[in-house]
Ligand binder design. Structure first.
Ligand code: ADP
Length: 203
C-alpha cells in the first residue's frame, strides 16, 4: 500500500503513522524525523535545514525533494509500499511526488487526512512541548507552523480530492478511536466492494 498521511502539526500523524506502519507492515517515512536526525548528526543537509525547522518554516522544496528522492530510490520496496508522514507539504512537492511515483512504484492508493480543529492541536502541541524536548514546539513557533499548514499544506486536500485519493478522518478522540477510523477507511480503500456492493462486478 502506498499512502500519504496529511494533517496539521499536532494532529497525531506520528502516532497514527507508527500504527499504520506496524499494522500493514509498511515503512513510515517521516520527513520531520529525517530532518531531526540530520540536524542531530550535524550533516550538511541538517545544517541547511535547521534554521527553517527551528523557525517553524517549511524547509525549501529542493532540499526536501533531494532528501525524499534519495530515501525513496534507495530503500523503498514498491511491492511492500510505504507511508509518507509530513510529505508532501506543498503543491510542488505533491507534483514532484506524482512524477517520482509515475517513474517507479505507481500511483498512491490513498491520502489519509487527519482532521483536528486548531484549538485542539494548539493544546496538544503545548502539552507535548512540556513532555518532549522538541526544538520547534515553543508557542510562537507552533502558531507559525499552523499558519504555514493552513497556507501551504491544507490546499493539498483539494489536489488529492480532485484525484479521488483523499480520505478525511476525524482526528478527535483517543489514539485508539482515531486508529479504528483510519483502519475502516483503509479497509474500504483496499476492498471497496465490501462496503459498496454496487462496485462489485464479478467476472
Ligand atoms: P509537525 O507535523 O508537528 O509539524 P514534523 O516533524 O512533520 O512536525 O515537521 C517538523 C518540521 O520539519 C517542519 O516544521 C518543517 O520545518 C520541516 N519539514 C518536515 N517535512 C517537511 C516538508 N515536507 N517540507 C518542508 N519542510 C518540512
Amino acid at each position: 500500500m502506498r499512502l500519504v498521511l496529511l494533517g496539521p502539526p499536532g494532529s497525531g500523524k506520528g502516532t497514527q503513522g507508527a500504527r499504520i506502519s506496524a499494522r500493514h507492515g509498511i515503512p513510515a517515512i517521516s520527513t520531520g524525523q529525517l530532518f531531526d536526525r540530520q540536524i542531530a548528526a550535524g550533516t550538511q543537509l541538517g545544517r541547511r535545514a535547521e534554521r527553517y525547522v527551528r523557525a517553524g518554516e517549511l524547509v525549501p522544496d529542493e532540499i526536501v525533494l533531494d532528501m525524499v528522492a534519495e530515501r525513496l530510490d534507495g530503500s523503498v520496496d514498491c511491492a511492500v509500499g510505504f507511508l509518507l508522514d509530513g510529505f508532501p507539504r506543498t503543491y510542488p512537492q505533491a507534483e514532484a511526488l506524482d512524477r517520482m511515483l509515475a517513474a517507479s512504484c505507481g500511483p498512491l492508493d490513498a491520502v489519509v487526512d487527519l482532521d483536528v480543529d486548531i484549538d485542539e492541536v494548539l493544546d496538544r502541541i503545548r502539552r507535548r512541548a512540556h513532555t518532549e524536548d522538541r526544538v520547534d514546539d515553543a508557542d510562537d513557533t507552533a502558531r507559525r507552523r499552523l499558519k504555514v499548514f493552513a497556507e501551504e499544506t491544507a490546499p493539498l486536500r483539494r489536489y488529492y480530492g480532485r484525484s479521488g485519493l483523499l480520505r478525511t478522518v476525524d482526528g478527535a478522540g483517543t489514539p485508539d478511536e482515531v486508529a479504528a477510523r483510519i483502519e475502516r477507511v483503509l479497509e474500504d480503500t483496499a476492498h471497496p466492494e465490501l462496503h459498496h456492493p454496487e462496485l462489485h462486478h464479478p467476472g
